[in-house]
Design a protein around this ligand. Structure first.
Ligand code: ADP
Length: 267
């Protein structure tokens, strides 16, 4: 079999894929805040929203009404990402109408995914964070096969059912021949701390799931994110959690960023 030809992105240093087994576990929330945290640390960072079945990044960034400008370089048309919170954003949502991606067939999905990367004017970029759709499908396969990925980050909630799906999604990266390293696990919605009781933790969705998955995947648990109203509110309203009063999510994402930046792939 002929080896699959990779898309070359010479101006891009690292591509990190953010994946999950199930939808609604906070993958897009993690992708966005990770990208913002990296940008705040001085890295030139881009975020590609490849979640074709529910692109939520434009809403989270408050840019859903914007369309990227088209630039022309020697007859080749390239999209200029939309910059917000210091992050350059490109999303399937800019092109596919609401829910339109749902009816796309495999080859079209693969094509659209490639174009997101190939037809964008990246300039010099330290990180592209890719927000993948949940599960294992054409987008994930295209991204893994066509791009050189530094590693994947798995997002899960602590429940057993979410872990099962996360395991399946992780096994795609570990597939012989694909071999994308799993850099770590992020557990989201780990616990809830009521504001009047700052020392209490209620484990609404069970306890220890993220740790368990990380152990199984032989990769670190990069962070645990509690349920925090501000995180959801920021996402709904196109705001950055970094500008909000509750600094818990900021600390979590800063720690995750620090751990990532000390990893081997960065050396
Ligand atoms: P996914 O990308 O996995 O489908 P999202 O990131 O879109 O998940 O999150 C699903 C919903 O849960 C969104 O409304 C988001 O704002 C909210 N959410 C995610 N993580 C948290 C959290 N830690 N605390 C509160 N709300 C959260």
């Amino acid at each position: 079999m002929k080896p699959i030809e990779k898309i070359e992105l010479p101006d891009v240093k690292h591509i990190l894929a953010v994946a999950s087994g199930k939808g609604g576990v906070g993958k897009s929330t993690v992708s966005s805040n990770l990208a913002i945290a990296l940008a705040r640390n001085g890295y030139k960072t881009a975020l590609v929203d490849a979640d074709i079945y529910g692109p939520s990044i434009p809403r989270m960034f408050g840019i859903e009404d914007q369309k990227p400008e088209i630039l022309e370089f020697s007859g080749v048309q390239l999209m200029k990402p939309i910059e917000k919170f210091g992050v350059k954003v490109i999303s399937m949502g800019f092109f596919a109408g609401r829910n339109q991606g749902l009816i796309w067939r495999g080859p079209l999905v693969a094509n659209a995914t490639q174009q997101l990367f190939q037809n964008t004017h990246w300039e010099e970029t330290d990180f592209i964070i890719v927000d993948l759709p949940p599960g294992t499908g054409d987008v994930q396969l295209t991204v893994i096969q066509k791009l050189t990925i530094s590693g994947a980050i798995m997002v899960t909630t602590p429940q057993e059912i979410a872990l099962n799906d996360a395991r399946k999604a992780a096994s795609m990266f570990n597939n012989p021949g694909l071999d994308v390293p799993i850099l770590g696990v992020i557990e989201n919605m780990s616990w809830f701390t009521p504001v009047p009781h700052p020392n209490e933790k209620y484990y609404l969705f069970g306890k220890g799931g993220g740790e368990k998955l990380a152990t199984e995947l032989e990769s670190p648990l990069l962070g645990q994110i509690p349920l925090i109203a501000e995180l959801g509110e920021a996402a709904e309203n196109g705001l950055s959690v970094f500008s909000q009063k509750n600094k818990t999510p900021v600390k979590v994402f800063e720690n995750i960023t620090e751990s990532l930046c000390q990893m081997e792939f960065m050396q």
